[in-house]
Design a protein around this ligand. Structure first.
Ligand SMILES: Cc1cc2nc3c(=O)[nH]c(=O)nc-3n(C[C@H](O)[C@H](O)[C@H](O)COP(=O)(O)OP(=O)(O)OC[C@H]3O[C@@H](n4cnc5c(N)ncnc54)[C@H](O)[C@@H]3O)c2cc1C
Length: 314
């Protein structure tokens, strides 16, 4: 393995949170190193239209937006490297991060590794992703105003997504493989009281159907879990809402996480359970999950790191 790279401020993750931490860290003269992991650009790199990131009157493309963030971070003085961290040793100072391509000794670390939406794992879902299939109602619901949409799932995420979409769509059908919802009772009541939402119980999605050129969802093929009878359901959009997995596998033994694996931070800050280690973006946040909130938290992580480092100086 190559020799250990020394830095004041190591940023793990190349999404909106990481790039914003890098911009602020560089401007505070921390000469940060940012590691991009296996999904350079993060979740925005796999989306198409972004209409809700402030500063643009026209629709922008997710990959373009995050490429601009990277350019801005480099321009400010951050070094961007391609590596994925596999483990952290936080027991001594400087901290040590072990990656696939090298190791990094850092005085402060910002973990900005995001989260990944869970998908059904269907080929047709992959094919129509971004063309009628989404995992984010807040991001993409606007494109389905006055249309018929389906939400797949039965937990809090699915219930909240269905309620959110009912304010935009003509109709919302919740397809759930079980015969009862797992969401909070108060949310369930709101869902059952909503005249725009209906639930199809005990059905799984077998296939997402649609036109191939241009790619466009037209419906779903469902299967009854008990009778195995199939039915076709017409829809313009499908929202898969079966949860997210925070990318905290390599860090769970070293920083405190909640039962869902999200890193715990002190409210109103990016401070984790380990002094000098900060966390920002979707790796912390299971509520908002937006590029702009991730960027805001990335800013907080860099400002917190800067304060921490200046307090360490004699
Ligand atoms: C399909 C889709 C559409 C979306 N549309 C919108 C939208 O229109 N508007 C909006 O505001 N939000 C949208 N979002 C949500 C938005 O993309 C996320 O909220 C945002 O990207 C979170 O930023 P983040 O920096 O916290 O994490 P991410 O974007 O998830 O980035 C995480 C980064 O960490 C890296 N990483 C992970 N593990 C490691 C490791 N061990 N070592 C090194 N690096 C690692 C990854 O490679 C990646 O670069 C969308 C999301 C999806 C999936």
């Amino acid at each position: 393995m190559s020799e250990t790279i020394r830095t004041k401020f190591l940023i793990i993750g190349g999404g909106p949170a990481g790039y914003t931490a890098a911009i602020y860290g560089a401007r505070a003269n921390l000469q940060p190193i940012l590691l991009r992991g296996d999904q350079p650009g993060g979740q925005l790199s796999i989306t198409t239209d972004v209409e809700n990131y402030p500063g643009f009157s026209d629709v922008v493309q997710g990959p373009w937006l995050v490429a601009e963030m990277e350019k801005q971070a480099e321009h400010a003085g951050a070094s961007i490297l391609q590596d994925t961290i596999m483990s952290l040793d936080l027991s001594a100072r400087p901290f040590l991060a072990i990656g696939e391509n090298g190791s990094y000794a850092a005085d402060a670390i910002a973990i900005c590794t995001g989260a990944r939406a869970r998908w059904l794992g269907l080929q047709s879902e992959e094919f129509f992703r971004g063309c009628g299939v989404s995992a984010c109602a807040t991001c993409d619901g606007f494109f389905f105003r006055n249309k018929d949409v389906v939400v797949v799932g039965g937990g809090n995420t699915a219930t909240e997504e269905a309620l959110y979409l009912s304010r935009l769509a003509k109709s919302v059908t919740l397809v759930h493989r079980g015969d009862r919802l797992r969401s909070e009772k108060v949310l369930q009541q709101k869902l059952f009281d909503n005249p725009k939402i209906r639930v199809i119980w005990s059905h799984v999605v077998e296939e997402i159907l649609g036109d191939h050129a241009p790619r466009k969802v037209t419906g779903l093929r469902l299967r009854d879990q008990t009778s195995h009878v199939e039915q076709l359901l017409a829809a313009d959009g499908v929202f898969v809402a079966i949860g997210h997995d925070p990318a905290t596998g390599p860090f769970r033994d070293t920083v405190a996480c909640d039962p869902g694996g999200y890193i715990k931070t002190r409210p109103g800050s990016a401070v984790t359970s380990v002094p000098g280690v900060f966390a920002a973006g979707d790796v912390v946040d299971y509520t908002y999950r937006q590029a702009v909130t991730a960027a805001g938290m990335g800013c907080m992580a860099a400002l917190d790191a800067e304060r921490f480092l200046s307090d360490q100086q004699p």
